[in-house]
Design a protein around this ligand. Structure first.
Ligand code: AMP
Ligand code: ZN
Length: 117
């Protein structure tokens, strides 16, 4: 599903403030907030404010927003003095996706192994 806010979606509820989050960045299109179960000292989720279930549901009309997700990661890295970081978009069940509102994980603050080990 894309573009329609979903009343059952956890991250749509965070966007609408029905559920709390620790917000680090927000604009008209994007929200970035701390992951509730951090896998690194800095673990933030960057999400579009429109409901897009998975990366596979992204369309050409979402290109600007998708680009802004990356620029927001770059902004957060600079504003939090992160020397290096990793971004990941888990997609579908086999890709390890649990929450079906597309999101970019941003992990930093510990040494990452080269590759994806
Ligand atoms: P994924 O496995 O890629 O779907 O990741 C979903 C992420 O959402 C996990 O890292 C969870 O820890 C995180 N998460 C779930 N609920 C919340 C919440 N209420 N606030 C912040 N992060 C959450
Ligand atoms: Zn949603």
């Amino acid at each position: 599903m894309r573009n329609k806010s979903s009343s059952t979606c956890l991250f749509c509820k965070i966007i609408s403030h029905e559920l709390p989050s620790e917000c680090l960045y927000e604009d008209d299109e994007i929200l970035a907030f701390k992951d509730i179960n951090p896998q690194a000292p800095f673990h933030v989720l960057l999400i579009p404010k429109i409901h897009i279930s998975t990366l596979n549901d992204l369309g050409v009309e979402n290109i600007d927003m998708a680009g802004k997700l990356f620029l927001t990661a770059k902004y957060l890295a600079a504003s939090n003095n992160l020397e290096g970081y990793r971004v990941v978009v888990n997609t579908n069940q086999q890709g390890g996706q649990v929450v079906y509102h597309m999101h970019m994980h941003m992990l930093a603050g510990r040494q990452m192994k080269p590759g994806l080990g």
